[in-house]
Design a protein around this ligand. Sequence first.
Ligand SMILES: C[S@@+](CC[C@H](N)C(=O)[O-])C[C@H]1O[C@@H](n2cnc3c(N)ncnc32)[C@H](O)[C@@H]1O
Length: 341
Amino acid sequence: MFEKLLTRIAAIVIRAYRRIAAVPFVRRIAYPLRNQLGFTNLYEHDKMLADHVRVDTYAAGIAKHVKPGDVVIDLGTGSGVLALLAARADARLVYAIDHSPFIASARRVAEDNGVSNVEFHQVHSGSFHAPTPVDVIVHEQIGEALFDERMVESIIDLRDRVLKPGGRIVPAVFELHLDPVQLIDDAVVPFAWEQRLHGIDFRTLEEAASLQPRRYQRRLVYRNQVSRRLCDPAPLFSIDLDAVSGTALPTSLRRRARVSEAGRVDGLCVSFVARFDDELYIDSSPFAPAERHPSSFMNPLLRVETMKVDAGEELEIMLDATDLATPGTWSWSCRRSRLGI
Ligand SMILES: C[S@@+](CC[C@H](N)C(=O)[O-])C[C@H]1O[C@@H](n2cnc3c(N)ncnc32)[C@H](O)[C@@H]1O
């Protein structure tokens, strides 16, 4: 009796917490605090700098799209790497901005490298006012779930306030992918309620799922834990930051996909493509060629109940989100399609 009461109270508290955390205003003030604290952790910069594909593709993109004499903003400079690459591309002046106190370290990196045309500002991009319009915004605001560093609102805000007409955003085009995948057997973790082990049936544990935080439904996987992509890849959503007019992201995304290879759906693998132009891009899909794949990003796996599928079947993949930039607001499904493609 007492236990039941406690469980009910716990359920009410959890539901209330989720409602409060989902309020856009609460998310808006909580995010910068969490983000800037996260990036004071040197290990985050260790990983990003060790990612040769990421750094080399950005270096090539900056060399190609920053012209001598340009004024550049590096939005979210972190260790300063992109600002220094822009300075190396003969930018006249680079505003390197970051809301994290880690920016003091980036300033020392510039001094150590004898670079004097980079100005460092510890400020959130929304409060940064460039004295003159700028030619280029470079940025790496990519979260594991693509938009979760609030790239779209930060870049569009800066673009509309400080970028010259005809100015460039580097990179500007992004694709969000959600692919049904099979994991290698050692990496499979079915929901507890799917288990029948040694004659023990765990079906009843499905009830406990409603008390779990939403993130329980997601996990991060390494590239080598994903064995097969079961459908041909296609973006679920694409955005061109040069062209888009508002900051609103879609709240409901759908795609129908034909199974190209029989297998077991263990989840929907989230990945992104970030395009600098037609030739230069990075692709975080576990199936991207090594020279395109940025190693510092793991893939969120949106867990679904295990499902066997045959080649030629059609699947309907759905993602709903109050805020696409907050994976905690995502819900999803992957079902056999009732309609033909
Ligand atoms: C993914 S890291 C990239 C760091 C660096 N540019 C690199 O490529 O290694 C993103 C950085 O942007 C900063 N950041 C995120 N959103 C920001 C915003 N709206 N204004 C200022 N800094 C921001 C974070 O503190 C973090 O240092």
